[in-house]
Design a protein around this ligand. Structure first.
Ligand code: BTN
Length: 267
């Protein structure tokens, strides 16, 4: 089964690309707790190399940011985690979630007709029509060496009518956007190619990522309430700072740079 899925992921790849993502980098599990947990464990046990990837059809303890759950119907969406060896310069590590949104967003837009753009909601949600299409959870470990585990949940073939009623208005999928099913393996192959192409160089040469996100910014120009660990701020979204921080105009004289937030509400 593994070979079949791997073969579909790398179909048509050049020998150079294949050498960067050989078959032993790829693991598929039908069901697991969380692919992020599995990959973090493997890294800490010294069993992982750059671009190791675990894909699951189903997760029983899928995790989102801020301790949220990430739930998805079995066999419909892309649920995977990829290991990236972090560069020495720690000051650019915080850019990785934004780079991931860029890589993922470019892939999704490449299969949308008519140049349709997705929306990028800070810090790194991808939306279509204000509904969530994908979530990104980046976690790091320093042991035995600095690695990031980039966990991605991309709603591919899920039909929102199958979701609990309370989620139907806030989630969408590639299926809902295109009206037909897509090959998860083909999309995964494009995403892996995106990481091979852009990581780690784009973390230093970050302006194209900022420009890409700015053009799709969901919060820009909107009045929003941002709850951080220490305060609640209300202001108008003014795009991103150089490290990917949210710029919030809290008064005509003051723009604050928000590095992380627990909650963001549109007012
Ligand atoms: C979010 O939007 O809060 C982030 C969701 C990230 C979900 C993915 S699914 C694959 C990987 N394994 C997890 O447990 N979480 C991430």
């Amino acid at each position: 089964m593994n070979e079949g899925i791997y073969g579909n992921i790398v179909r048509g790849w050049s020998p150079d690309l294949l050498s960067r993502f050989p078959e032993d980098r790829f693991m598929f599990v039908e069901s697991t707790g969380s692919t992020n947990d599995d990959l973090l464990k493997r890294i800490r046990e010294g069993k992982t190399a750059h671009l190791d990837l675990i894909q699951a059809d189903h997760q029983t303890k899928g995790r989102g940011r801020r301790g949220d759950k990430w739930e998805a119907p079995a066999g419909a969406n892309l649920l995977f985690s990829i290991a990236l060896r972090l560069p020495e310069d720690r000051s650019i590590w915080t850019r990785l979630p934004h780079l991931t949104a860029f890589v993922l967003g470019e892939v999704v837009e490449s299969i949308f007709p008519g140049g349709k753009l997705i929306e990028a909601k800070w810090p790194n949600d991808l939306l279509v029509g204000g509904k969530k299409l994908a979530g990104i959870l980046v976690e790091t470990t320093l042991v035995p060496e600095p690695f990031a585990v980039v966990g991605i949940g991309l709603n591919v073939n899920m039909q929102t009518s199958d979701l609990p009623i309370e989620l139907q208005d806030i989630a969408t999928s590639v299926y809902e956007c295109l009206g037909c099913e897509s090959s998860r393996s083909f999309l995964l192959g494009l995403i892996v190619q995106g990481f091979i192409k852009h990581f780690p160089e784009r973390l230093s040469d970050f302006d194209p990522v900022l420009d890409w996100i700015e053009r799709r910014s969901y919060l820009k120009g909107k009045t929003i309430a941002v709850t951080t660990s220490s305060e609640k701020l209300t202001g108008v979204g003014r795009g991103l700072g150089p490290g990917g921080e949210l710029l919030l105009e809290v008064s005509p004289e003051e723009v604050k740079a928000v590095i992380s937030a627990e909650k963001i509400e549109i007012c």
